[in-house]
Design a protein around this ligand. Structure first.
Ligand SMILES: [Zn+2]
Length: 881
């Protein structure tokens, strides 16, 4: 660590765009290439009407930083814009609505053994020709399609959401890039009724590496199976020999679309009980000591609460940094004492040795160290010099280096009896109020420094290296920032990103910050994650966006003709997702195409898990059948991620807004219809939610100009690019709930018409939740207190498991903060009444007097309404549902 060599090539900046390549790919399957070139910029007004990020050639593999964490409670209510009638997101009959499982129950590592019946292969005493030679020819042994009768609704996997449930056979139509075909994959998702668990090695195709699955064909007499991806015949070592179709389907992997293969290893037979979970992965707090009094008080409150929230067996360490690094020693049980290192350079080997082999205890279980930790936090003092926040020396980089050295050093093992190597990820939680301005990875205090650009570049390289180094030692670095001092996001983001952590910005060190400290430390994370994607030969994976990078070729087994795309996951968390874009290589002849996703990782329970998800989709000739199978919210999220990928800075964001317009026009021209005797195009009715979602994208915090600082937008963008479907959708289009007397809520489209003065509304925008109290309601003391309490409870319920925890703000109509809400609602107050009623039917329940007052409550501003925007694009606004 003393003299870190910067990594070879990744470019400066926090989004690396790469492409997959696989040396073993067949020539016609090679267009996805990993390259570190920066994503091709698209002209937003290209004449072809092709939208950005989807034209060809697409720079395929793109890694946005920092995964985002927790599961989102989803209440199965309709998305905004659906006029309050509960429309399930996924309407195929037999399956439950996907991604709408309620709050996750307390962590149960794996389903108990009854859920994983061990199939008993037929004994050799049976009447079957078990002695048949391997690879017998098929003359007496017929390939049996074991998926016969399998309902294709099984593709409704909670782990993989496709943009459509059917694939177009016609290549030209299928590859129209403004709409695109793709999927969101959340391989680490934790489902209450999780997959079947199998404690043995999987059968894999010796040719392409695919796993045996329910779409294989099996020779019942010999037990051989034919790969669904490459059609090669494989041996099962006789295991799949069975008297009948029903019998062979006793094998879980031959009957279920998701299987977890578990290897617990010799050292840890069985599963580690839940109560022992996370005990061995330490948490290191790295705390900025350059805070002013007010901020410090908030921070101290959050830190005290944090330590009280930790399980007794969690090991904790505390480091503070300013111009120096103080490492707190827990060996004195009643006093806070610290070793101090200079902050201007990386710690020397000698110093680290003294630290690691000395008598100090720097990581100690909470049940022993809690009193000392409280003493340490209470003893923190406000910044003493008279320097503005941005000019203070903060050696954040050195502090993280020291924390990392202690985590991996032997002293970690010697602390108070716990000697186990951590199974899951260790965590470093940085609490920062400003940028890294001192020592390794620092930038000058002022942008006006003559050498700023060069020093920033060097700092970014250092931070990338430090993040990779942390990842190598299974340590995730989360950076939780607060306050008003610009933190220089481009420099800090790579540290979080490369380690698999997140960078989150808060207004202050108060409530939301405290909640995020706790959620960051307790969110589950596996390590050593590897995601392999295999598809039918007809399908080409063109782009991957998500918290990972190209896996080195030695990270995974290779097979003769393995055409998989392999992604190294930076951490495995249940609500991160990968956004995949796919194309078809030619007109498809077969009736189905197959997709297999295999994720391998070490769980926090120290087991090796391989989760194999196999899905097949039917192919269709009919465009209307294809459009009818489209999942609008999934398409919206995929389109938004592809767009945001290119919105690296403020000027890109402006370009991308125009790109959204072009994309919509193209979709209407290619999939919609022209109105008779008119130049207007009708948007396809199957996609009627998409324009409204994209209108929110254009105006909202991700792409619009409503945030105060580009840093904020950049952080949200990074969270969004890695987020799960639920959080992504919420960040894209806010959800509006109106309070009703009695504590009930009515879901309404997120239109400004909801801002009715005698009501209260809750607007959930993913990373922000706003509670708005109408002025008339606020004037009635008792009623407004009850409404506010109900709204707060709802806001907390909606976001209970969300990571990052959102900022929750409440304010009254007419206050200065109310603009936060106004700017995120679709302005519809200027639309003609018939149009308002069609899109916002709740208006009909208002008295004429109430409607008059509502109308007069709006300030006039120039933002076009949704309908005006659509017409400006020469599109007919889609009929509301
Ligand atoms: Zn194969």
């Amino acid at each position: 660590m003393a003299d870190p060599a910067p990594p070879a090539s990744p470019p400066a900046g926090y989004t690396v765009t790469m492409t997959t390549s696989n040396p073993t790919q067949t020539p016609e399957k090679t267009p996805t290439q990993f390259s570190t070139s920066v994503a091709t910029r698209f002209s937003p007004l290209s004449s072809s009407g092709e939208a950005a990020g989807t034209g060809s050639p697409i720079p395929p593999f793109s890694t946005p930083p920092a995964p985002s964490g927790r599961p989102i409670p989803h209440f199965g209510t309709p998305p905004p814009g659906s006029a309050g009638s509960p429309i399930p997101h996924f309407s195929t009959p037999p399956g439950p609505p996907v991604f709408s499982s309620p709050l996750r129950p307390a962590a149960v590592p794996f389903r108990a053994s009854p859920a994983s019946p061990q199939p008993v292969p037929f004994s050799s005493g049976s009447s079957l020709p078990t002695s048949s030679p391997p690879f017998a020819n098929g003359s007496t042994d017929v390939l049996t399609q074991i998926s016969a009768g399998v309902d294709d609704s099984t593709f409704e996997s909670p782990y993989v959401l496709f943009s459509a449930h059917k694939v177009l056979k016609n290549r030209k139509l299928a590859n129209i890039s403004s709409l695109g075909f793709g999927a969101l994959v959340s391989p680490g998702r934790d489902i209450a009724s999780g997959p079947q668990i199998v404690e043995r090695e999987p059968h894999r195709c010796q040719n392409c590496g695919a796993y045996a699955n329910l779409y294989c064909q099996v020779l019942l007499a010999s037990g051989q199976w034919q790969c669904a991806i490459c059609n090669k015949l494989n041996s099962s070592d006789g295991e799949y020999i069975a008297p009948s179709l029903e019998a062979v389907r006793q094998w879980p992997e031959l009957s279920s679309s998701v299987i977890d293969y578990i290897r617990t290893g010799n050292k840890h037979p069985g599963f580690v009980p839940v109560s022992d979970s996370r005990t061995s992965a330490p948490v290191f707090l790295v705390i900025d000591e350059c805070l002013d009094e007010g901020h410090l008080q908030h921070l101290q409150g959050s830190l005290h609460a944090f330590v009280d929230s930790l399980p007794a067996t969690t090991r904790i360490g505390v480091i503070t940094y300013g111009r120096t690094v103080s490492v707190y020693d827990f060996s004195e049980e009643s006093a806070a004492s610290a070793d101090v290192l200079p902050g201007d350079r990386s710690p020397t080997q000698e110093f680290l040795k003294a630290l690691i082999y000395g008598t100090g205890i720097y990581l100690s279980p909470v049940h022993i160290s809690r009193p000392v930790a409280h003493t340490i936090f209470s003893s923190l003092r406000p910044y003493g010099l008279r320097l503005p926040e941005a000019s203070r020396d903060r050696c954040l980089g050195t502090a993280v280096e020291v924390a990392l050295a202690i985590i991996r050093g032997p002293s970690a093992e010697m602390s108070r009896g716990i000697v186990k190597r951590p199974g899951g990820n260790c965590r470093i939680l940085v609490c920062a109020a400003g940028p890294n301005t001192y020592g390794p990875g620092s930038v000058p205090h002022s942008f006006n420094h003559p050498n700023y650009p060069y020093m920033e570049k060097t700092a970014i390289k250092f931070m990338e290296h430090l993040g990779h180094e942390a990842h190598r030692h299974n340590t995730v670095v989360d950076i939780l920032c607060a306050g008003t001092c610009p933190i220089r996001v481009p420099v800090l983001q790579p540290l979080a990103k490369c380690s698999g952590g997140v960078l989150v910005l808060h207004d202050d060190f108060g409530e939301a910050f405290g909640v995020n400290l706790q959620r960051a430390s307790s969110r589950e994370a596996g390590s050593h994650g590897l995601l392999e994607i295999r598809c039918s030969d007809d399908i080409l994976l063109t782009q991957v966006i998500g918290p990972g990078e190209e896996a080195p070729s030695d990270a995974h087994e290779t097979f003769k003709n393995d055409s998989s795309t392999c992604i190294q996951m930076l951490s495995v968390e249940e609500t991160q997702s990968f956004a995949l874009s796919m194309e078809t290589k030619g007109d498809i002849k077969s009736s189905h195409v197959f997709f297999q996703f295999a994720v391998r990782y070490s769980t926090i329970f120290q087991a090796e898990l391989s989760r194999v998800i196999t899905i097949r989709l039917p192919t269709v000739d009919s465009l209307s059948a294809y459009l009818g199978s489209i999942q609008e919210d999934v398409v919206s999220v995929l389109v938004a991620k592809r767009t945001l990928l290119h919105a690296k800075d403020a000027s890109d964001a402006v370009d991308m807004r125009l790109t959204v317009d072009e994309r919509l026009k193209d979709i209407a021209m290619k999939f919609g219809s022209q109105m008779p005797k008119s130049k207007l195009y009708q948007f396809p009715k199957e996609l009627s939610l998409l324009p409204e979602n994209l209108f929110h994208l254009r105006r909202g915090p991700l792409l619009g100009s409503i945030l105060g600082h580009e840093d904020e937008r950049s952080i949200l963008r990074n969270i969004f690019l890695n987020a799960s479907f639920d959080l992504s959708l919420r960040m894209l289009a806010p959800r509006c709930l109106m309070h009703r007397d009695g504590g009930n809520f009515e879901e309404l489209p997120a239109y400004d018409l909801a801002m009715q003065s005698d009501t209260a509304i809750v607007l959930d925008h993913g990373t922000d939740v706003f509670i708005w109290l109408g002025a008339e309601l606020a004037a009635q003391e008792g009623r407004s207190a009850a409404a506010l309490a109900a709204c707060k409870t709802l806001a907390e319920e909606l976001t209970e498991q969300r990571f990052p925890a959102p900022r929750i703000l409440s304010f009254k109509e007419g206050s200065s903060q109310a603009r936060y809400l106004v700017s995120r609602m679709i302005p519809a107050h200027r639309d003609p009444p018939y149009e308002q009623e069609a899109r916002f039917p709740q208006l009909r329940s208002l008295t004429p007097d109430q409607r008059t007052r509502l109308k007069s409550s709006f300030l006039h501003f120039d933002d076009p309404s949704f309908c005006e925007w659509m017409r400006s694009l020469k599109l007919v606004p889609p009929e509301p549902r």
